[in-house]
Design a protein around this ligand. Structure first.
Ligand SMILES: [Zn+2]
Ligand SMILES: [Zn+2]
Length: 201
């Protein structure tokens, strides 16, 4: 490829990337993610139920599997991508750690794109209705994670269980090598990254 064309493609790529990075810090992008992921989750679940020739046990098991898979993704992405060496993702998350009340988030279309790709992969491995139910549950799980995270940083909880639940993530902000789960501490407990209250208090 001629050098000029290569430079032009690189310049276009840089402009698009910087546009996406700037957009990812905006309030519109933050709420846009929910506007995409919630309908996507509902459509996938309805499609899974509509086309299903599954029994209700299979429906239940698909939804439970979606929740387990989603909660692991939440942990995996936070621990190994947001606090890992993937530059762009780590930068955005670092901005959140510096300003937890800000609107730094992933580009609004990215989780939906990943979920659609996952739907395609699952559809190759299992019946379509199960694939839809699985990723539909994951999409709604992701939206729940986003709303939980927003609420944890913007609300003062009074109920003791809610205080205890939100403390798990607030401690992560003070000790970033612990408590990677936001909606649930399950994977921190299983993988040994739960903040050790008794020893470190
Ligand atoms: Zn946070
Ligand atoms: Zn973090």
């Amino acid at each position: 490829m001629p050098k000029e064309r290569k430079n032009m493609i690189r310049r276009i790529f840089d402009v698009v990337l910087s546009f996406i990075l700037n957009m990812s810090k905006t309030r519109a992008n933050y709420w846009g993610e929910f506007a995409v992921d919630i309908p996507l989750g509902i459509v996938l679940i309805f499609a899974g139920l509509r086309y299903h020739d599954l029994n209700w046990l299979a429906v239940f098991l698909s939804i439970v599997s979606g929740l387990i898979l989603f909660s692991f993704f939440e942990y995996f992405i936070h621990r190994w991508l947001f606090h890992g060496s993937v530059g762009i993702m780590a930068e955005g998350h670092h901005a959140h750690h510096l300003n937890p009340l800000g609107y730094d988030a992933l580009p609004f279309f990215l989780p939906a794109m990943v979920l659609l790709i996952l739907t395609g992969i699952f559809a190759l491995l299992m019946p379509l209705d199960r694939a839809f139910l699985l990723t539909g549950t994951m999409a709604l799980g992701y939206a729940t994670y986003g709303l939980s995270h927003y609420t944890i940083h913007h609300t003062r909880f009074h109920l003791s269980w809610a205080k205890h639940w939100s403390a798990h993530h607030l401690i992560h902000h003070r000790h970033p090598d612990t408590n990677f789960g936001v909606t649930t501490p399950t994977w921190d407990v299983l993988l040994g990254t739960r903040y050790a209250y008794e020893r470190k208090k």
